[in-house]
Structure formats: structure tokens, C-alpha cells
Design a protein around this ligand. Structure first.
Ligand code: ADP
Ligand code: 5GP
Length: 195
């Protein structure tokens, strides 16, 4: 079983700043779907675009879904302190660019991060006032169906992600709020209300 290991740390932010919300949950639960639905109706909701060493899925665009970088570029982002947090997940690295997040918070705008459990823990450690929201599946079998049904990962990658999902589901109690993704519309409305 793959146990994700946290690798990144992040210096503290200024004492007073508006709310930062972290959305986490197992791969395939529907995080991207819910956030896309929310932002379609509310384009003003700002979502941080992460950097990743993962290869793009069909339809994913550089600078929109992720900043797709190679290992060397990711190393530089880490070395230059450009990431607020970062973690390795199922064989790839992912990180939150620091500057854009701080600029939004300093401008008084709410910030939404869609990151994994390790990242959520790192954000909590450096920003105790951040709001942590866990997106849970209606059940394990449905999670497997969604992850498999998405059809974007090879079987061995699905296995790694499901192994990580067991760890993530076990950590639900660390979050401030749990939303169960039965209906995308309902969950998007609930998330909007929390921001
Ligand atoms: P994540 O971003 O958490 O990895 P995705 O948003 O890619 O997950 O969703 C995984 C799959 O589950 C997609 O095929 C998506 O269409 C589907 N899905 C998302 N939310 C729901 C839902 N409430 N009911 C049924 N299918 C869903
Ligand atoms: P995916 O490859 O399915 O897009 O994302 C895999 C996992 O990485 C998901 O749990 C997603 O939330 C997480 N992730 C995406 N961006 C970041 C990031 O910047 N930091 C961390 N820690 N996790 C991220």
C-alpha cells in the first residue's frame, strides 16, 4: 500500500488575512467536478492552479488545470521557495504556487485550494485559521466506480490512488467539515456557502 509522505513545509502567513479554504478528498470522489460546477455559476470564485509533474490528461490545459512541469522545474520551484506547500501523490509531485495565493489573500479575496491530505495538513500547520473541507464519496464501491469510470488512469495507477484513498478516508475527522458528494449540485452549493 502506498502511504503518502509529506515533503513540503511553508512559512507562516501574516497574522490577519481572509479565509482560505482547502478542499480535499480521495482521488475520484469528484473534487474537480464539484469545483468546476461551482465556478461555472460563480466565476468569481478563485481557485489556485497547482504545479504538477503529472502528465496532462486529454483536455487538460497548462495554466488552467495545472502548470505541467518536469522534475527539474519542480525541483527549482521547491528550491526557490515558490511553493506554499507540496507533496508527492501516487508517483507525481504537486504544489501550490505561493505568490498568487498570498496576493489574493492580501487583496482581501477568498482563496480555494484543491489539494491532497498531506497538503491540507501542511496548510493547517502553517495557517491554523484555514478552513479544511473533506469531500467524501457516498461509499467505497461508488468511489471505485467513479475513479475507474473516469477512464484516465491505468489499472496500476488506479490501485495506487485507491491505496491513498484508504489513508485519506481514515483522516476525515481532521477536517472541519465533511461534504458527501452524492449530488454535484448540492455539494457545490454547500461549498459555496462555506467559502
Ligand atoms: P477528483 O477531482 O476528486 O479526482 P473527478 O471530479 O475527476 O474527481 O470525478 C471523478 C469521476 O466521478 C468523474 O468521471 C466525474 O464525472 C464523476 N463524478 C463526480 N461527481 C459525481 C457525482 N456526484 N455523481 C456521480 N458521478 C460523479
Ligand atoms: P490529480 O492527479 O487527480 O489531478 O490529483 C491527484 C491529487 O493531488 C488530488 O488529491 C489533488 O487534490 C492533489 N493535488 C492537486 N494539486 C495539489 C497541490 O498543489 N498540492 C497538493 N498537496 N496536492 C495537490
Amino acid at each position: 500500500m502506498t502511504t503518502p509522505v509529506s515533503r513540503g513545509a511553508t512559512p507562516a502567513l501574516p497574522d490577519r488575512h481572509p479565509r482560505l479554504t482547502v478542499l480535499s478528498g480521495p482521488s475520484g470522489v469528484g473534487k474537480s467536478t464539484v469545483v468546476a460546477h461551482l465556478r461555472k455559476a460563480h466565476p468569481e470564485v478563485w481557485l489556485s492552479v497547482s504545479a504538477t509533474t503529472r502528465r496532462p490528461r486529454p483536455g487538460e490545459r497548462h495554466g488552467v488545470h495545472y502548470f505541467f512541469v518536469d522534475d527539474e522545474e519542480f525541483d527549482k520551484l521547491v528550491a526557490n521557495g515558490e511553493l506554499l506547500e507540496w507533496a508527492e501523490f501516487a508517483g507525481n509531485r504537486y504544489g501550490t504556487p505561493r505568490r498568487a495565493v498570498l496576493e489574493k489573500l492580501e487583496a482581501g479575496e477568498p482563496v480555494l485550494l484543491e489539494i491532497d491530505l498531506q497538503g491540507a495538513r501542511l496548510v493547517r500547520a502553517s495557517m491554523p485559521e484555514a478552513q479544511l473541507v473533506f469531500l467524501a464519496p457516498p461509499g467505497w464501491d461508488e468511489l471505485v466506480r467513479r475513479l475507474t469510470g473516469r477512464g484516465t488512469e491505468a489499472p496500476e495507477v488506479i490501485e495506487r490512488r485507491l491505496a491513498a484513498a484508504r489513508t485519506e478516508l481514515a483522516a476525515e475527522s481532521e477536517f472541519d467539515t465533511t461534504l458527501v458528494n452524492t449530488s454535484v449540485e448540492d455539494v457545490a452549493a454547500e461549498l459555496l456557502a462555506l467559502l
